[in-house]
Design a protein around this ligand. Structure first.
Ligand SMILES: Cc1ncc(COP(=O)(O)O)c(C=O)c1O
Length: 355
């Protein structure tokens, strides 16, 4: 089986409006009537919220989920010394977390929506301040109907944009204008670096320029390193905001849903991994959970040798569970059913031979 896209699952490349991928994405347009505030990165957005909430009132504890993106955890630890972690099972969705069992109204709780599959409910009053993170759940029903005090989403995980994040206040017309009027050189340099990376990767994907691979991978690492040291929350330029706005109302979920239905139908049963999914909702990608680290590595090696790039979420987090090694494989608008068929074939081959 010949796949159409050169690679499956890895990071985004620059898209042009005439590209097939963009045309597919454009088919599902949504109207968003929330009042968004724009940032360069998800971390900038989270910092803006935390700094502004804590400067207006005394906060005893900022609660983070024990399973969360390590770069965000590092940012929060760098800026605050009143952090605690609450335990959570990110792979099962039958029971909702009850934040009032550990946090009070003088606390902030960050809830992460895991791969778009989590649902949250909590009292309206006498509860902690809630920030919900929808970076893996953009345009999910939960994100659009949240009852949190604030929400954030890092949009570069969903769209081919070099950077981009939003915050909003559900059930409110109030725009949250939390910006720092300073210079954040690392974030601007990260933007420039990621932009260069994306256009080089486009040459690799669309024009078969094999020799640029090393250069774009190195730019990708440089960009991530720069983002790690950005510790501000400045207002992005209008040009940048326009780019984010162009994408954020294009719904990536219907095409993912179609691809995942195909995959679930054709993937053979195996004892080596579990598929993380939930009836009636579209997950962020194809989520495969392993309990054996050797098999996890073997799977990755096999996939990479077939130009499929699973992402490990998240390497530096530790949870008490045997099943804790998670891969996400992107199955978005960059691909079509032939690509999905190729993906299924390679996974089934690994399961059969356990190579
Ligand atoms: C769940 C989640 N939230 C927020 C972020 C931060 O987003 P950004 O990389 O745009 O700072 C990340 C990853 O980086 C993430 O995985």
């Amino acid at each position: 089986m010949q796949k159409l896209n050169k690679e499956i699952g890895s990071s985004f490349y620059e898209l042009h409006e005439s590209d097939r991928e963009f045309q597919i994405l454009k088919q599902h347009l949504v109207t968003l009537d929330l009042n968004f505030t724009y940032y360069y990165s998800g971390r900038n957005a989270i910092l803006a919220l935390l700094k502004n909430i804590t400067s207006g009132q005394t906060i005893n504890t900022i609660w983070l989920p024990e399973y969360y993106c390590d770069t965000v955890v590092n940012l929060v630890l760098f800026n605050f010394n009143n952090i605690k972690y609450y335990s959570i099972n990110p792979f099962e969705f039958d029971e909702e977390i009850d934040v009032t069992t550990f946090a009070t109204h003088n606390d902030i709780v960050i809830l992460n929506n895991y791969w778009g599959l989590s649902t949250f409910s909590y009292p309206d009053k006498n509860r902690p301040i809630i920030i919900e993170d929808y970076s893996h759940a953009w345009l999910s029903q939960q994100s659009l109907n949240s009852n949190a005090d604030y929400c954030i989403c890092s949009l570069r995980k969903t769209y081919p944009i070099p950077l981009g994040a939003v915050t909003w206040k559900p059930n409110s017309n109030k725009k949250i204008n939390f910006y720092e009027y300073t210079i954040d050189k690392p974030v601007l340099k990260a933007l420039d670096t990621f932009s260069k990376y994306m256009s080089l990767k486009r040459l690799f994907i669309k024009n078969n320029k094999e020799h640029v691979k090393e250069a774009y991978l190195s730019l990708l690492d440089d960009g991530e390193a720069l983002l790690n040291i950005s510790n501000n929350y400045i207002k992005p330029t209008d040009i940048f905001v326009d780019l984010v706005k162009k994408y954020m109302c294009l719904n990536p979920n219907p095409i993912k849903d179609k691809h995942l239905k195909y995959i679930f139908k054709h993937l053979n049963k195996t004892p080596y991994f579990k598929i993380i999914k939930r009836e009636g909702v579209t997950p962020f990608g194809l989520l495969l959970l392993f309990n054996d680290l050797n098999l996890f590595h073997s799977f990755k090696k096999h996939m990479i040798s077939n130009h499929i790039y699973p992402a490990h979420l998240w390497p530096n987090t530790n949870i008490i569970s045997n099943w804790k090694y998670l891969f996400n494989i992107h199955v978005d608008y960059r691909y079509n059913i032939e690509d999905m068929s190729y993906l299924v074939e390679k996974i089934n081959l690994w399961s059969k031979n356990n190579v």
